[in-house]
Design a binder for this molecule. Structure first.
Ligand SMILES: Nc1ncnc2c1ncn2[C@@H]1O[C@H](COP(=O)(O)OP(=O)(O)OP(=O)(O)O)[C@@H](O)[C@H]1O
Length: 364
């Protein structure tokens, strides 16, 4: 397929804001600034209610903006109705026409454009092949599995060769295996059709595996924009860290500072971490580390195994450390999540080490 004539080099969101209710209510989406390059796959990621769908609906033209603007190169598009924007949409409820076959569902948009019959036929066939539904072209949506319906929805949106494809949790209704397959399929389509895609998900793994860049949101605001690697290894705040699988978020105190290296006391042992913001000795901090970066060792921070969950090759283990005494006051015990291949049992005494460089220390 050839690329759309309405294509663009950059799509720019400039202070895009949407409020539901009077001006003193907090905005569902607050001043989103984002420049999307043609061909990029962008994931909007964040917990439920963070404003992802609001952002997507503003882009689609389904919600008017309270403030801000959206630009396709130097053409302002937020003032246009949805159908004039020429974007393809794949939303959670696929909204296929129940009385039309797979082929007719996919061809519908092309027919509406009054294209020559032979063109409609050729492009529809290509789209059907692309989503591997050739054996199902005469079926009605009701005769398809959820994943097949989803593929029809994707073909229907992409056959029009839109300048931008918007997807809102398109895999949420699928079982785990199909979800993995469709991830690859969507990414493959994105690449082979040269699409620009904005994809909403609350699943960090999905976002990390599919997107070129992630926009991590919380309470209507952007927390971080970066490549999967940047967001995964250097979350900008402890909220992002929390969302990116840093299951251990430990409220500790900074004791020393050396460049960007901070020393914190973990269960009576001094441990060094990398400061992720302004931190001074004596400050309360949040130290973040992933379970896979805490190792059971022969020596190190002492603790007691409290819970063990069998997870195939590995075990997820919860270890309680003595909180120690600070300023004459006994501190609450600290709990650490650890992943290990070692066989351990609840009640066992263990020692822990943190992989050097993997402890991130945030101002609290
Ligand atoms: N039509 C509406 N009227 C009033 N409030 C709304 C409306 N739509 C969304 N909101 C509110 O705006 C906030 C953001 O909602 P939004 O649907 O964008 O979140 P989300 O990140 O997509 O969440 P989810 O993953 O649960 O869909 C929420 O607090 C929500 O309650």
């Amino acid at each position: 397929m050839t690329s759309s004539t309405s294509n663009f080099e950059q799509l720019r969101l400039d202070g895009v804001t949407r409020r539901f209710g009077p001006p003193d209510t907090p905005a569902a989406l607050s001043e989103l600034d984002l420049t999307i390059e043609r061909g990029e796959f962008i994931a909007l990621l964040g917990p439920s209610g963070c404003g992802k769908s609001t952002a997507l609906n503003c882009l689609a033209g389904l919600l008017p903006l309270t403030a801000g603007s959206i630009w396709q190169d130097d053409r302002r598009v937020d003032t246009l109705p949805p159908e004039k924007r020429g974007f393809g949409m794949v939303f959670q409820n696929y909204a296929l026409f129940p009385h039309l076959t797979v082929r007719d569902n996919i061809a519908f948009g092309l027919r509406m454009r009054n294209l020559p019959k032979s063109d409609v036929q050729r492009r529809t066939t290509e789209a059907i092949e692309m989503v591997q539904l050739t054996e199902h072209t005469s079926k009605l949506p009701g005769q398809l599995s959820g994943g097949q319906q989803q593929r029809v929805a994707i073909a229907r949106a992409t056959v029009l060769e839109p300048s931008l494809v918007l997807m809102d949790e398109p895999l949420s209704n699928l079982d785990a295996k199909l979800r993995l397959e469709m991830r690859t399929e969507i990414r493959r389509l994105h690449q082979s059709l040269g699409l620009t895609t904005v994809y909403v998900t609350h699943d960090q793994e999905e976002a990390l595996s599919m997107a070129d860049r992630l926009v991590v949101m919380r309470q209507g605001k952007v927390q971080q924009i970066g490549t999967p690697e940047e967001v995964h290894t250097k979350p900008s705040t402890w909220h992002v860290a929390d969302f990116m699988g840093y299951r251990n978020l430990l409220p500790l105190k900074a004791s020393q500072l050396n460049g960007d290296q901070v020393t914190v006391d973990l269960g009576g042992t001094a441990i060094r971490g990398a400061a992720q913001g302004p931190v001074a000795p004596g400050d309360d901090v949040i130290a973040a580390v992933r379970p896979e970066d805490v190792k059971l060792a022969d020596q190190g921070v002492k603790g007691l195994v409290e819970v063990v969950e069998y997870q195939g090759r590995e075990r997820a283990v919860e270890v309680v450390l003595d909180g120690g005494v600070q300023d004459g006051v006994a501190q609450d015990p600290v709990r650490l999540h650890v992943r290990t291949e070692r066989r351990v049992e609840a009640g066992e005494q263990v020692a822990l080490t943190v992989t050097p460089g993997r402890l991130l220390v945030y101002p609290s």
